[in-house]
Design a binder for this molecule. Structure first.
Ligand code: MD3
Ligand code: FE
Length: 201
């Protein structure tokens, strides 16, 4: 495993998953999403998000009119499926954490979907990193600062890339400005999947 590239404390592992590993992961996720379907979350202010979401693990991150939070069940009422072994293996290889992730959030970006600059602050222990896995179309990832405003830096995340956000980077603002719809052949219908692995409690 090559050492990661460090940009503002975000640690990048470009091409961490080769094409066969990406395909195997998509097959696992296809099964998982049959049991925990993607849905369109609504912000506390009542805006539909452009990203569709689901999750695996003991908790899934959800948003609706009642607010942002982690929930032990899918909005449809079922338990979240377990985090697949293939995904846990990525966490163990790159996170440097002793704890196991309790949530694998699944974000699906169709044409035109984006995610505004935000911080991830709904977890209890910011000493644990967050690990992101990108699959499918490229996404323009913007990295900012722990405070609001200031300069930002962007990088295109490609299918198979893994990013670790720990230490100083854990509370930095970040978002996805846009995707290059159709830039990857991994997902036959196009789009981008991002997995984020988190310790919640
Ligand atoms: C930096 N997802 O789900 S992954 C999110 O590609 C989220 O779907 C984006 O931001 C996506 O919250 C970006 C990279 C990422 C994920 C979590 C972070 C960066 C992070 C948590 C803390 C700091
Ligand atoms: Fe985030």
């Amino acid at each position: 495993m090559s050492p990661p590239l460090d940009i503002r404390g975000f640690r990048f592992f470009p091409g961490f998953l080769d094409r066969p590993a990406q395909e195997a992961l998509v097959n696992v996720l296809r099964d998982l999403l049959r049991n925990a379907p993607l849905y369109q979350p609504v912000t506390p202010r009542g805006q539909k998000m452009s990203v569709r979401m689901s999750a695996a693990g003991r908790f899934g991150w959800v948003t609706d009119r009642r607010g942002y939070r982690y929930e032990p069940r899918h909005p449809g009422g079922m338990d979240w499926p377990p985090i697949p072994e293939e995904v846990l293996a990525i966490w163990r290889a790159v996170s440097g954490a002793t704890r196991e992730p309790e949530c694998c959030l699944i974000n699906w970006y169709g044409e035109g979907a984006r995610m505004g600059l935000h911080q991830d602050k709904d977890e209890a222990d910011f000493s644990c990193p967050v690990v992101s896995v990108s699959l499918g179309d490229e996404g323009l990832f913007r990295m900012g600062n722990a405070e609001r405003g200031g300069k930002t830096e962007s990088i295109w995340l490609k299918s198979g890339d893994v990013v670790v956000m720990g230490g100083d980077a854990r509370l930095k603002h970040h978002g996805i400005d846009r995707i290059r719809f159709g830039s990857s052949t991994l997902l036959p219908q196009g789009g981008r999947i991002n997995l984020t692995l988190r310790v919640v409690t």
